[in-house]
Design a binder for this molecule. Structure first.
Ligand SMILES: *[C@@H]1O[C@H](CO)[C@@H](O)[C@H](O)[C@H]1NC(C)=O
Ligand SMILES: *[C@@H]1O[C@H](CO)[C@@H](O)[C@H](O)[C@H]1NC(C)=O
Length: 267
């Protein structure tokens, strides 16, 4: 119902040019935005990236992170692991995990990242957070945007590619993560039991975050099941394909296995 209404809005916008067009799901990315790219390397990672503003993730301040090809942003240590584990992780590694699976950017796609204080982007992120969390005063002063653009899976014999993005943002004492899923075509690399032709089966990809304290974590519904292919249609903020979490500290009364807001929506 909602998507056909949005479709009607889009159609009338195209005809009359009066209705606003729906906002793009992904924040701008690419070399023309000042992004850097990860090297083409199976299970590769970025360098250790120093942050110009510390990012508070469940009570701990982190000053460096890695963008890991296999769909993980990690603090402190690189991640080469390609078959995902559910959260909480036994070893307590702090992860922000838009789509943890066996990406192979040698076979296809690019992984971009930048940290930014671009006023236009910070304004858009601030508007989004204020809309989703109206009771939390927030004006973004910094953001980190990592984008996986049409990335292939390990062992692929297809042209399938996944496009998704993770954004970290803060005003120095309140922080959020925004996970955006534009196009998900595969769930599993062949070393995780996936089919080389379809990229399906085996142990599918995992999405969410792991604070490292064994109490605060979130597994987005469908993670490590075949249903994760539909993550482009689910949301906790009423925007299909977008999941947003406040992550600076324990959110009172909302910890394990529950979203920080009560706005989960299945479309
Ligand atoms: C940090 O949090 C306090 C409340 O705990 C708030 O008064 C202050 O404005 C916040 N700082 C920023 C930069 O938003
Ligand atoms: C994905 O969603 C569609 C409906 O939109 C459903 O028919 C299909 O079974 C779902 N796929 C999985 C693997 O759950």
């Amino acid at each position: 119902m909602k998507s056909s209404f949005a479709f009607l809005l889009l159609m009338s916008g195209m005809v009359t040019n009066i209705e606003p067009t729906p906002e793009a799901l992904l924040y701008p990315y690419g070399l023309d935005q000042g992004d850097r790219k990860n090297p083409k390397l199976d299970d590769g990672t970025s360098k250790r990236l120093p942050l110009s503003v510390p990012f508070t993730f469940y009570g701990k301040e982190y000053r460096t992170l890695y963008v890991n090809n296999n769909g993980v942003i990690s603090f402190d240590t690189q991640v080469k692991q390609y078959t995902p584990d559910p959260f909480p992780l036994a070893d307590g590694r702090p992860f922000v995990t838009p789509y943890w699976g066996d990406v192979d950017n040698v076979l296809g796609g690019e992984i971009y990242y930048r940290q930014t204080t671009d006023p236009a982007l910070l304004k858009l992120i601030t508007q989004n957070i204020n809309q989703y969390f109206p009771s939390i005063p927030f004006t973004a002063t910094w953001a980190f945007v990592a984008t996986w653009d049409h990335v292939a899976y390990y062992g692929s014999t297809s042209n399938k590619g996944n496009t998704f993005q993770a954004t970290l943002t803060t005003n120095t004492n309140t922080s959020f993560i925004i996970l955006n899923y534009k196009d998900i075509q595969w769930t599993t690399g062949v070393a995780s039991g996936g089919d080389p032709k379809t990229g399906l089966g085996g142990t599918p990809a995992h999405a969410g975050f792991n604070s490292g304290d064994e109490t605060n974590y979130y597994n987005i519904p469908g993670s490590r099941t075949e249903a994760v292919i539909n993550i482009t249609k689910t949301s906790n903020v009423n925007v299909p394909g977008r999941w947003v979490f406040q992550v600076d500290n324990e959110v009172i009364g909302e910890t394990t296995e529950k979203p920080p807001t009560d706005k989960r929506c299945w479309l």
